[in-house]
Ligand binder design. Sequence first.
Ligand SMILES: NC(=O)c1ccc[n+]([C@@H]2O[C@H](COP(=O)([O-])OP(=O)(O)OC[C@H]3O[C@@H](n4cnc5c(N)ncnc54)[C@H](OP(=O)(O)O)[C@@H]3O)[C@@H](O)[C@H]2O)c1
Length: 293
Amino acid sequence: MTASRTALVTGANQGLGRALAEGLAAGMSTADRVVLTGRRPDAVHAAAAAIAAAVPHGARIEPRVLDVRDGPAIDALAADLGGVDIVFSNAAARMGRDDRPVDQVDAVAETNNLATTRVLRAFGPRLRPGGRLIVVASALGTLDKLDPHVRPRFAAAAEATLDAVDGVVAEWRAAVHAGRAVDEGYGAWLNIPSKVAQVAAVRAFARPRRRTDLAHRTLVAALCPGLIDTAASRPWFEDMSAAQTPTQAAAWPVELALGTTGDTVAAFHGELVQFGTVVPWRTGRPVPHRATT
Ligand SMILES: NC(=O)c1ccc[n+]([C@@H]2O[C@H](COP(=O)([O-])OP(=O)(O)OC[C@H]3O[C@@H](n4cnc5c(N)ncnc54)[C@H](OP(=O)(O)O)[C@@H]3O)[C@@H](O)[C@H]2O)c1
């Protein structure tokens, strides 16, 4: 008999995160648990109840309130859960096209970036052999999407440490606050430096663990889920006709997390992955249908 497993998803009360939690619950056994987290208690409990009703014979759904901007709360939850088998760091701050970057950058940097590095630090050491720690990033998270002026900073941080990645995020955030971000090459769309920094964090975190992780078949990776029809993406893409539903988008990542995608750990470790392939860090892939910003 296999020991019971623990999976955790951040930002899981709606969108992709909720679909990931539901997919994991369906693919795991009644002895397992899926810890469904989010920042709003009512929304977290409602999502957990809905999934438990929809997947009556799957893993137990355990709702937990976790605002990922609260760093000590991430550490406390990690300590409370103990060993974990699957973690999706998925929570992200929404950006409105009419909102000024200076008004949004704190939420974006803290939710997407500082929380990601905190999750990696807190849950990485608690990942059981064969585990999966997956950061939900984006096809926007590769170096080619950045202006050449700032590319070397993100590239160097990805070769260094999580502290170095946090440092680049702090520089970008300061540039946005000072009104220098566009002139310095960070661009006007916060999502690009934020997603590149998420992938950089995964690279920096995964590298020193690689030998041990491969020996234990443990995977740390960034995920590009593809275009998904959610309220977060609709404002940014002119043509959503090819967008996936959250359930469709969760299908392959859930297989990856449950280890049913074949022996991909060595190929995927530390990389940005999408639909069974590695998205090249330096050259990326085109992002079709992106609205002009
Ligand atoms: N949609 C796409 O086309 C697309 C494409 C590529 C990558 N992605 C990535 O996929 C992930 C999910 O995107 P989505 O479209 O599902 O977004 P979404 O519908 O906006 O869902 C984001 C989730 O994050 C939660 N969240 C926000 N701030 C939080 C905080 N401080 N603490 C805890 N949870 C917080 C939200 O909770 P509330 O309900 O409380 O706001 C929500 O549950 C993101 O990382 C996104 O960048 C999406």
